[in-house]
Design a protein around this ligand. Structure first.
Ligand SMILES: Cc1cc2nc3c(=O)[nH]c(=O)nc-3n(C[C@H](O)[C@H](O)[C@H](O)COP(=O)(O)O)c2cc1C
Length: 195
């Protein structure tokens, strides 16, 4: 069954997201598989944190020199897959760069470890032997006390603005089912699909 009643569907999606996702201030961030198109034609995928979501879309943050950043710059379309026991949310959407204020907010809300990682996660660092990586990490940590670090220039946020959201729900007592929402030029539509 497909309906295209504009009124109410956007609110329905917002309510579902609120009940499925933790609030943006919750330090336990959900994991997502971020799938991208690549210049080779082979899709790529990797795990990222959902930094936050709101009416603009789903935000993730990364290093601007990363493959995923190159992918979404070359082809600004992506899919996100979030999975929990008995539930899956798949989002297809258009990707754009987050604004400076959002990028700063996300960096400030990262754990201390992830703030340090954003500075040190380079190919040169990865090539070092473990003893050196431990020593350089400890040195950088000591030189930059908690609360003094700004994001590195390579800190980059992206937002995936959904064109399709698919909520999958499994049940042990009957068949799983998907509720799928698509954004049309004028409204959202909803379809109920087999799981
Ligand atoms: C649990 C988990 C969470 C991760 N979160 C992020 C993240 O939020 N941002 C990020 O850039 N990489 C994150 N990574 C690392 C990526 O999965 C990936 O290895 C890295 O970003 C390089 O990806 P790319 O070469 O496709 O750009 C995470 C990895 C794991 C296992």
């Amino acid at each position: 069954m497909t309906t295209s009643v504009a009124d109410g569907i956007a609110n329905e999606i917002a309510a579902l997201l609120t009940s499925w996702l933790p609030s943006n201030d919750d330090p336990a961030r959900p994991l997502m598989t971020l799938s991208t198109g690549t210049s080779s034609g082979y899709p790529d995928a990797r795990t990222v944190l959902l930094s936050e979501y709101d009416e603009r879309g789903f935000f993730f943050h990364t290093d601007s020199r990363s493959r995923k950043a190159a992918d979404v710059t070359g082809d600004p379309r992506a899919a996100l897959t979030l999975v929990w026991p008995g539930r899956q949310l798949v989002v297809q959407g258009d990707v754009s760069r987050a604004d400076d204020a959002e990028e700063l907010w996300a960096y400030r809300h990262r754990s201390r470890y992830l703030q340090l990682l954003a500075w040190l996660n380079t190919p040169a660092f990865a090539a070092l032997p473990l003893a050196e990586r431990l020593a350089r990490w400890a040195e950088f940590d000591a030189e930059h006390p908690e609360g003094t670090l700004d994001p590195p220039p390579t800190w980059a946020g992206f937002v995936v603005r959904p064109v399709r959201l698919t909520f999958w729900e499994g049940r042990p007592d009957t068949a799983s089912r998907r509720t799928e929402y698509r954004r049309t030029p004028t409204a959202w539509s909803r379809a109920l699909l087999p799981g």
